[in-house]
Design a protein around this ligand. Structure first.
Ligand code: ADP
Ligand code: 5GP
Length: 210
């Protein structure tokens, strides 16, 4: 992908979809290949999974710390998902977008709705790009969630139940990426990000004017 451009603002890429569709796998690949796309590290009250790193995958915090930050207005959005709290910090977001670089959020369907509401009427509204990630089938989603091996059986069942509700929200999104073949899904997400950069409402100045 091309380097950032000083004449336009970045995109706020909101990636949602049921747990197990492969959002983490997908965005990690996109971030590796595109240094000008930044990941928004959420706060969460859930325990870290093996291999997850503080400050890289999430900020792992206590319920008290989370509620304090929420009360202080430090989140663009926050929501309870599968029994834990998750929130997107405002910090750094405006600066990155204004600097012409993209920010990717991996958040649930409720969170995406809150982002849409929160940005309505603000200078950042037109920068949001909503992408729904789906697995090729419900059976594949179930296989992936069981196969990931990071969650207890009861947690997997909760996530599969919640997936039914989340899947019905796909029409609220502008773009859908079906994560069947991973390379193809990575290419699709990259194309969406590239296309958003060409939207006129992302541009702030007119370098082409004489
Ligand atoms: P999410 O972040 O949406 O919960 P993950 O990225 O953790 O999902 O992926 C869930 C599981 O599915 C992981 O074990 C991952 O390795 C696997 N996975 C991801 N993408 C694919 C794919 N395209 N084909 C097969 N398995 C995949
Ligand atoms: P996981 O626990 O598997 O990492 O994530 C569970 C769900 O929480 C996923 O749907 C993920 O998109 C969502 N999530 C992660 N961070 C946030 C956040 O900051 N806000 C919201 N609303 N959801 C989040």
């Amino acid at each position: 992908m091309r380097s950032p451009n000083p004449y336009r603002r970045g995109s706020l890429v909101v990636l949602s979809g049921p747990s197990g569709t492969g959002k983490t796998t997908l965005y990690r690949r996109v971030l590796e290949r595109n240094p000008q796309v930044h990941f928004s590290v959420s706060w969460t009250t859930r325990a870290a999974r093996p291999g997850e790193r503080e400050g890289i995958d999430y900020h792992f915090v206590t319920g008290e710390a989370f509620q304090r930050a929420a009360a202080a207005g430090e989140f663009l959005e926050h929501a309870e998902v599968h029994g834990n709290w998750y929130g997107t910090p405002w910090q750094g977001l405006r600066e990155t977008l204004s600097g012409g670089e993209d920010v990717l959020l991996d958040i649930d369907v409720q969170g995406a709705r809150l982002v849409r509401e929160r940005l309505r009427g603000t200078a950042f509204e037109s920068l949001a790009v909503f992408v729904f990630c789906a697995a090729p089938s419900y059976a594949a989603l179930s296989r992936r969630l069981h196969g990931r091996g990071t969650d207890a059986a009861a947690t997997v069942e909760t996530r599969l139940r919640n997936a039914l509700r989340e899947l019905s929200a796909w029409r609220e999104y502008e773009w859908v990426v079906v994560n069947d073949d991973l390379d193809a899904a990575v290419a699709d997400l990259e194309r969406v990000i590239l296309a958003a950069r060409c939207r006129t409402d992302h541009w702030t100045r007119e370098p082409w004017e004489p």
